[in-house]
Design a protein around this ligand. Structure first.
Ligand SMILES: Cc1cc2nc3c(=O)[nH]c(=O)nc-3n(C[C@H](O)[C@H](O)[C@H](O)COP(=O)(O)O)c2cc1C
Length: 210
């Protein structure tokens, strides 16, 4: 081991383990904007409970609490789109994840732009560089969340994040879309203040490139 590696290990390796209450701590944590509904009536929700869960065919899973307005739409239409945000959209993710379709017009507040999808009814978010169109194939009711397991039936990517082999490569862009927060609490929305976020999300909406 070279000297700088030794210093790193001494600095970062845990020497004492502390037993803390169990939760779903993982690192890093992706945060995505999921669109759901149909062509006329649709919604957007922020999710961090998302995982790749099968390769052939490509499948991902998302976990949504039954109380969310989006839960009903995903159950009703059996389709959703996973939109991967740019790092500067963290404020949008916070806002969309702290407000509900039942009380607010998230489209007007955020100015997020929608595009028609190819295979599913919910729209793609034009503001996001990657969009995965998904069809639900199985739903598992867990104690607090519904786990929607879905096949990825179409994948869209901005050309700037596609490499010569036709793969999405975020190293080509602004360096990844991992959520800045290193702590993901069980109920992240408890810490968000929609009124304060509104001003920041309006600033994002009004200052982004046309
Ligand atoms: C960073 C972040 C991650 C979230 N992850 C999830 C999640 O994985 N599952 C979930 O049900 N809600 C999650 N939420 C909460 C929903 O986004 C939030 O309740 C939202 O207001 C629901 O909107 P709706 O009622 O319009 O569907 C998250 C919120 C934030 C801010």
């Amino acid at each position: 081991m070279v000297e700088h590696e030794k210093i790193y290990m001494e600095k970062h390796r845990m020497t004492d383990k502390v037993l803390i209450s169990p939760n779903t701590t993982l690192y890093p944590v992706p945060v995505v904007l999921v669109t759901c509904g149909n062509r006329e009536e649709n919604n957007v929700i922020t999710l961090n409970r998302i995982a790749s869960c099968n390769a052939e065919p490509p499948m991902i899973s998302i976990s949504v609490r039954p109380g969310r307005a989006s839960h009903g739409l995903i159950e009703q239409y059996g389709e959703f789109v996973v939109n991967l945000p740019w790092p500067d959209m963290e404020v949008v993710c916070d806002f969309v994840g702290a407000t509900t379709l039942r009380k607010i017009d998230k489209w007007a507040e955020t100015g997020l732009k929608r595009l028609p999808a190819n295979q599913v009814q919910p729209p793609l978010l034009a503001d996001c560089p990657v969009n995965l169109e998904c069809k639900v194939i199985q739903t598992v009711k867990l104690p607090s969340h519904s786990l929607f397991i879905a096949e990825v039936v179409a994948l869209h990517a901005d050309s700037q994040v596609v490499n010569a082999r036709g793969e999405v490569d975020f190293d080509l862009a602004q360096g990844g879309l991992v959520y800045r927060s290193a702590i993901v609490r069980e109920r992240p929305v408890d810490n968000f203040r929609p009124q304060q976020l509104r001003a920041s999300v309006h600033q994002w909406r009004d200052n982004r490139p046309a």
